[in-house]
Design a protein around this ligand. Structure first.
Ligand code: HEM
Length: 400
């Protein structure tokens, strides 16, 4: 084992206030020392931290590394297995059993229908912002409503339930409440999803969840799948939209280029995904001894994979800490992961972001922060998904 092997003990670290879009300095430093570092999990248990693009990607493609929740070796007590249906934290063949029936549900036809809905919702939100006038919080006015609609359409949440459902998932996913409130919102979401599954089974409608009732999946499993879709699709997209807007506002030349050239939109979304990597880290556990980056990862050891640092790896991306919307190689990013757990909703997420960013920059040519950048409240690094708590913005009324 190398004498000079770098050790990281300070995760989650804090971000630098002058550029909150960059990974914490400790992680950038770890990558500088090499793609793999020793790391101690919060429970004092030894593990590894992988920050290099090639190594992160190779772990994600390697079936000797597991996503199973109950195998995580990060605390000194036993972790229960993922509940039925929560396939993000399972391995094949169990994982495949849940993922496969879902894959055909994100069809071109359904996405086209959803695109129209997303365009409509986006236009409605922008109208509402314009009508109310500046300033506004872009998170509540814009970034959250769009993924909420998508989740509601997929799950077939009836219109009359959408307000309360949005409120619930906001509390449950937003991470800004007490433990008691969090548990209450989580329980309420679980109960609502259980009722929804029962309702779809009794009276199927035109949505993904209803279609899934026509399979061998149990109600408990369908509830778990719904929870994964909700957890994986809502917070990620909402934070990409809000943090992405913040990043654009902090990079005026890039924003101007995007505004001037609609053809830049798709590439801009890929670059923002790479640059921001809001789903910062995930973990995998070695099922057997694995040689990796010159080290032996012992069976049963959990590795932390930093997607953010991998996406800022100078060996993969030139000037990685620069936001460059014209970057050619941005599409190779790992923001949607890689391998069997690669994001199931990525095409949908792309549509949401393309539609939303385009419409926002077109509608408000003078959009800017309403507070100094240092006053924008960021999520703590402990949150699973990085982002802003709120984003106060303003614009010149005459131009809106
Ligand atoms: C910009 C927005 C999004 C980002 C950055 C994102 C990111 C990710 C990442 C990194 C993973 C893999 C985690 C791992 O490696 O273990 C993942 C998985 C997943 N995502 Fe997304 N996601 C986004 C939007 C969505 C949307 C809109 C949906 C669907 C409504 C969705 C559904 C899923 C599901 C179901 C999985 C689990 C896949 C599996 O385990 O096989 N995601 N996502």
């Amino acid at each position: 084992m190398s004498e000079s092997l770098h050790t990281v003990t300070t995760l989650p670290a804090t971000r630098q206030s002058d550029c909150p879009f960059d990974p914490p300095a400790e992680l950038i430093d770890a990558r500088r020392h090499g793609p793999i570092s020793r790391y101690t999990h919060p429970g004092g248990i030894p593990g590894w931290l992988i920050t290099g693009y090639d190594l992160v990607r190779s772990v994600l493609a390697d079936s000797r590394f597991s996503s199973r929740k109950d195998l995580l070796n990060v605390v000194d007590f036993e972790i229960p297995p993922a509940p039925p249906g929560e396939f993000l934290l399972m391995d094949d063949p169990e994982h495949r059993r849940y993922r496969k029936p879902l894959m055909g549900k994100f069809t071109v036809r359904r996405m086209r229908l959803l695109t129209e809905r997303i365009e409509q919702v986006t236009a409605d939100r922008l109208d509402a912002m314009e009508k109310a006038g500046p300033p506004t919080d872009l998170v509540t006015a814009f970034a959250k409503p769009i993924p909420t609609i998508v989740i509601c359409e997929i799950l077939g949440v009836p219109y009359e339930d959408r307000g309360s459902f949005q409120q619930q998932i906001d509390t449950f996913m937003g991470g800004e409440v007490s433990d008691e409130e969090l548990i209450a919102a989580y329980t309420a979401t679980q109960e609502y999803l259980a009722q929804l599954v029962a309702a779809k089974r009794a009276n199927p409608t035109d949505d993904v969840l209803s279609e899934l009732t026509d399979s061998d999946l149990t109600d408990e499993e369908l509830k778990g799948i719904s929870l994964v879709l909700l957890a994986a699709g809502f917070d990620t997209t909402a934070n990409m939209l809000a943090l992405g807007t913040f990043a654009l506002l902090q990079n005026p030349a890039q924003l101007a280029a995007l505004r001037a050239d609609p053809a830049l939109t798709d590439g801009a979304v890929e670059e923002l995904l790479r640059y921001l990597s809001v789903a910062k880290t995930f973990m995998r556990t070695a099922l057997e001894d694995v040689e990796l980056g010159g080290q032996t990862i012992k069976a049963g050891t959990t590795v932390v994979l930093s997607y953010h640092t991998a996406n800022r790896d100078p060996e993969r991306f030139a000037d990685p800490h620069v936001l460059d919307l014209r970057r050619q190689e941005a599409g190779g990013h790992l923001a949607f992961s890689h391998g069997i757990h690669q994001c199931l909703g990525q095409q949908l997420a792309r549509i949401e972001m393309r539609v939303a960013f385009r419409a926002l920059v077109d509608r408000f040519p003078t959009l800017r922060l309403a507070v100094p950048a240092e006053e924008v409240a960021l999520r703590p690094e402990t949150a699973d998904i990085f982002g802003v708590k709120s984003l106060p913005v303003t614009w010149d009324k005459a131009e809106s």
